[in-house]
Design a protein around this ligand. Structure first.
Ligand code: COA
Length: 168
């Protein structure tokens, strides 16, 4: 029985694909910690505190869709994922699989995490088909070229992208 899961990512920024996964996971689990990795090596567009705030604001908009009383927390971390998971008492990691191409990378991550800590298990949800092509870098790229990201990200992210990129 899984009481709590940790959903890690860079979330630069959170997309509708990430949100869809969180909502579906919240119907299966009592507590979800969305763990925002600092991941400075990826040179994120949004600062860590901005990424956290955008997730919180986006979750507020979809709060009615959880379907149960799941508690969803947003935390940030800048150490090993397994260390952070242990520090908050969670042993199950959730990841999304968008396409076959994700499988190899996710298999490697899950294996490394299990080698680092044998108590840690990773579970996967298939991303909804309508978001299977979506990624944060695609969103950033479309926004940079003034493309419309309305269908791809929640409203707070849409606004934040315009502010960050200096568009009206
Ligand atoms: N919908 C939309 N996009 C999705 C998605 C979904 N359901 N699932 C994944 N993605 C996209 C992300 O937007 C991201 O896009 P981008 O690379 O184009 O910006 C991409 O898939 C990668 O996914 P993300 O979830 O951000 O993970 P990541 O690979 O950047 O980071 C961590 C994964 C944070 C879990 C990993 O780096 C980590 O554990 N870091 C801590 C250090 C550590 O413990 N290292 C050892 C583990 S091997």
């Amino acid at each position: 029985m899984i009481d709590a899961i940790i959903y890690p990512g860079t979330f630069d920024p959170i997309t509708n694909g990430h949100l869809d996964l969180i909502i579906r996971a919240a119907r299966m689990c009592k507590r979800i910690v969305v763990a925002v990795a600092a991941n400075y090596e990826k040179h994120p567009l949004f600062e860590l505190d901005e990424r956290v705030r955008l997730i919180q604001d986006s979750l507020q908009i979809v709060a009615g869709n959880y379907g149960n009383d799941a508690i969803i927390e947003v935390r940030c971390f800048d150490n090993l994922l397994v260390e952070f998971a242990n520090s908050i008492g969670i042993t199950t990691i959730l990841r999304g699989l968008r396409a076959v191409s994700d499988f190899e990378y996710e298999l490697q991550q899950a294996s490394v995490n299990r080698v680092l800590d044998c108590k840690i298990e990773t579970i996967f949800l298939m991303t909804s088909e309508r978001y299977s092509y979506l990624s944060s870098s695609a969103v950033r790229s479309i926004a940079r070229y003034h493309g419309c990201v309305e269908a791809l990200v929640p409203p707070p992210v849409q606004q934040a992208l315009m502010d960050k990129l200096g568009f009206e």
